[in-house]
Design a protein around this ligand. Sequence first.
Ligand SMILES: Nc1ncnc2c1ncn2[C@@H]1O[C@H](COP(=O)(O)OP(=O)(O)O)[C@@H](O)[C@H]1O
Ligand SMILES: [Mg+2]
Length: 405
Amino acid sequence: MADLRLTDVAKSYGDVNVLREIDLTIRSGEFIVFVGPSGCGKSTLLRMIAGLEQITGGTLEIDGRVMNDIPPSQRGIAMVFQSYALYPHMTVRDNMAFALKIAGQSKDQIREATDRAGRMLQLTPYLDRLPKALSGGQRQRVAIGRAIVRDPKVYLFDEPLSNLDAALRVATRIEIAQLKASMPDRTMIYVTHDQTEAMTLADRIVVLAGGGIAQVGAPLELYQRPVNEFVAQFIGSPAMNLLPGRVIATGPMTTVALDGGLQAQVTVPTRVGDEGMEVNLGVRPEDMRDTDGAAVFEGTVDLTEALGEVTLLYFGTNAETVPIITKLPGIRSGLNGRRVRLTADPHAMHLFHEGQSLLYRDGPPPPFEMRAAAPSGSPGSTPAKPHDDQGRIDDGLIKPEGPVR
Ligand SMILES: Nc1ncnc2c1ncn2[C@@H]1O[C@H](COP(=O)(O)OP(=O)(O)O)[C@@H](O)[C@H]1O
Ligand SMILES: [Mg+2]
């Protein structure tokens, strides 16, 4: 058991308010990821939970007990940092054993704990080596091992993979996911600025911005139902496109006249009286596909980037229009300088008014249900809805694959 509850938590350094009104309940066994722009207070929040930083407002409870003034060593928490900070003159085993020795554990207890951590982290062959004889990934595993030997109820990770190269990051990320799976009742809070880590590791993601929490939710909930433009553009890469326009027809389905003269129909409800409302239509690059029919965007391709599995098309990079990015599956060549008409599924578009999603205007929308991706349903997902709500036929010049049926 290790439930954490933060109530109205705030942090200021003198006159500088770094965090305010942080309300968050973390359930025992959850994997929580904090994301947000650099300097938004992710490390500060983690360090306050660890007890390394004084909480200047509000309360932190662990399992119902207020922890604000409890020293770090008595919180049942272990923290893993970006810099592994291993003792260079100590072996892997001694590095992991250090805190246990300080705590006065017996030789047998220490051996058992370090053996176990070594097995869990595939470090058994390296227990007698010095850190300098290890790769970066192995060193970070030793740093995680130092946390594991203490068998904490709560693990805190502050960008633990940032110092690793790309391939090692992926491998170590998967190891962390497996580690979590091997201890389902342990709570983990993980800070990262890496989208993939956040999306793949988290049960729930906490998006921090402007000193507060912008949104908390399952990764795909944030992806599919962002509460505001900030979250919409922070989650997903390249960022969601925002096309300015105004509402011209309301109802369960809203029609938007875009500034460029085109129209879009979106399955976000609006009500009588919303006609004329200024909105931004949100469309993810990967949700766009080309069409000969009704387009929500039309433009000349300025630049293409072929990444192999996808091709990115850039429009308006010379600031004639709002810059738009589209991500089309596969390799597409010869599109530079071509005129392209693009559309998206009405279910895959978002509406924002003054930065806030209209979906949340009357409070939280109905419980989140995952929507399968439009172009190709991934294995195990339900096939995407056919794109025939408007009788529109997908007959574009660049044909994406249809839904897997
Ligand atoms: N000891 C300190 N004194 C004053 N300001 C600090 C101190 N530590 C952090 N800050 C400020 O708090 C903000 C949040 O920092 P941090 O939590 O490290 O951000 P993040 O981890 O999200 O990049 C930053 O603007 C930083 O300058
Ligand atoms: Mg930080």
